[in-house]
Design a protein around this ligand. Sequence first.
Ligand SMILES: [Zn+2]
Length: 145
Amino acid sequence: MADILKQSFCCAGACTHYFDEKRKCRTCGKKFIFFAEEQKYWYEDLGFDLSADCVDCCACRKSEQRRRALLRRYEELFHVSDRSVEENLEMARFTLDLIEEGTVTTKRLETVRMLLNRVPPEQRESAEYLELRERTKKLEVRSEG
Ligand SMILES: [Zn+2]
């Protein structure tokens, strides 16, 4: 049962009942169900317009949220003018994540190298630094081949 007073709609008209709906994920192609309870939450609690449709499965929506959070953090760090060693490592990690998932190209390895080179020599034995170096090397090999 829907509470139409909580819905926002313009042209589609109100919706009086929600039903489980079968969907196919736009991103991964898997079948999923857009549950009636979810629809109620979307259209009444979150205030989404009724024309807003659920096109991605739960897993894809979550990974998209993670990706957006990552990009936001990346941008935040990008604008810090005097980044600490930790922040440089964090940014190098984000950049590697973005390269690995294909969001940015391997040209960004240049940025990663620059960030890693800013780590003072006495801190280059840390597990994190070595791990990031290793990931960079793997991507370098991949981009050459
Ligand atoms: Zn999916």
